[in-house]
Design a protein around this ligand. Structure first.
Ligand SMILES: Nc1ncnc2c1ncn2[C@@H]1O[C@H](COP(=O)(O)OP(=O)(O)OP(=O)(O)O)[C@@H](O)[C@H]1O
Length: 263
């Protein structure tokens, strides 16, 4: 088997006396949808923050192997914008859009991390910059079509419904052309119809070959989409397997006592 796109080993994160992550191993292969689940406070967001450069982990490594790479590169210690440039994009638990910009502009911003002419061109506005802007706008528009927001391209982001804002965040992350897409609670705050539409969207994105790692509390979504699931509790991995194995795992049932894993 080829190297995983993402290979996390021994990831540990201490906040003062709190060990939020404890020697966590996790990998994601090309084309997979992998979910990371666990009760509140288990360490899921800390994991994403360590992988995407928001925190530098106390110990462990985060390796990425992109198509064509002879050996993995380490993302550990890289700033978030460099992590994005290497091919890892994410959405956030609390939506982070530019509310006073249009829907299309929000996606175009995501794309700019891949363009040469951005800073210099923004000052000079020469012909090649204008051509590149046009290409970015077209590519961004096609992503809006994918997430079913093309009709709202010129609307301000703040005027979108909650579910639509979450889909816009996904489009913006896809605009960076990631090798791996990280989704942080994409269904949070959605009604059942919005969640169902999201499940279909994630399936469609995955069918294009996009590898996806997601954190989610909505078990219906997790069970419907995941090829593999990692379960953590108190910063440690307590189980790993396919949805059926996770659904029936006694450790998982114990960790979730009182919560509904059997969606
Ligand atoms: N910046 C921080 N400083 C101190 N402690 C933190 C920090 N970030 C997270 N923690 C602690 O680390 C632990 C894991 O938190 P984390 O937010 O990663 O859990 P989670 O699984 O994402 O929870 P939730 O499902 O509620 O979002 C918690 O005990 C939390 O209080």
């Amino acid at each position: 088997m080829s190297n995983p796109i993402l290979q996390v080993s021994g990831l540990t994160m201490d906040f003062g006396g709190i060990r939020a992550l404890n020697k966590l191993d996790l990998d994601v292969h090309a084309g997979e949808i992998v979910a990371l689940i666990g009760p509140n406070g288990a360490g899921k967001t800390t994991f994403f923050n360590c992988v995407t450069g928001i925190y530098t982990p106390t110990a462990g490594d985060v390796l990425m192997t992109r198509p064509g790479d002879k050996k993995p590169i380490s993302l550990k210690g890289l700033k978030p914008n460099y992590v994005t440039q290497k091919g890892l994009a994410r959405t956030f638990q609390n939506i982070r859009l530019f509310s006073k910009m249009t829907v299309l502009e929000n996606v175009m911003i995501g794309r700019h991390c891949r363009t040469k002419a951005f800073i210099l061109g923004a000052v000079l506005r020469n012909a090649s910059t204008r051509r590149e802007e046009q290409q970015i706008a077209e590519m961004s528009y096609s992503l809006l079509e994918k997430v079913k927001l093309a009709d709202l391209a010129n609307e301000l982001a703040e005027n979108l419904s909650y579910g639509a804002q979450r889909r816009l965040e996904i489009a913006r992350a896809l605009a960076t052309e990631p090798h791996l897409l990280l989704l942080d609670e994409p269904a949070a705050g959605m009604n059942p119809q919005e969640t169902q539409a999201l499940i279909e969207l994630i399936r469609e994105i995955s069918s294009d070959g996009q590898a996806i790692l997601l954190i989610e509390h909505d078990m219906k979504l997790v069970m419907a989409l995941s090829d593999r699931i990692y379960v953590m509790d108190y910063g440690k991995k307590i189980a790993e397997g396919n949805p059926e194995q996770i659904r029936t795992n006694p450790e998982v049932i114990k960790a979730y006592l009182g919560e509904d894993v059997d969606a």
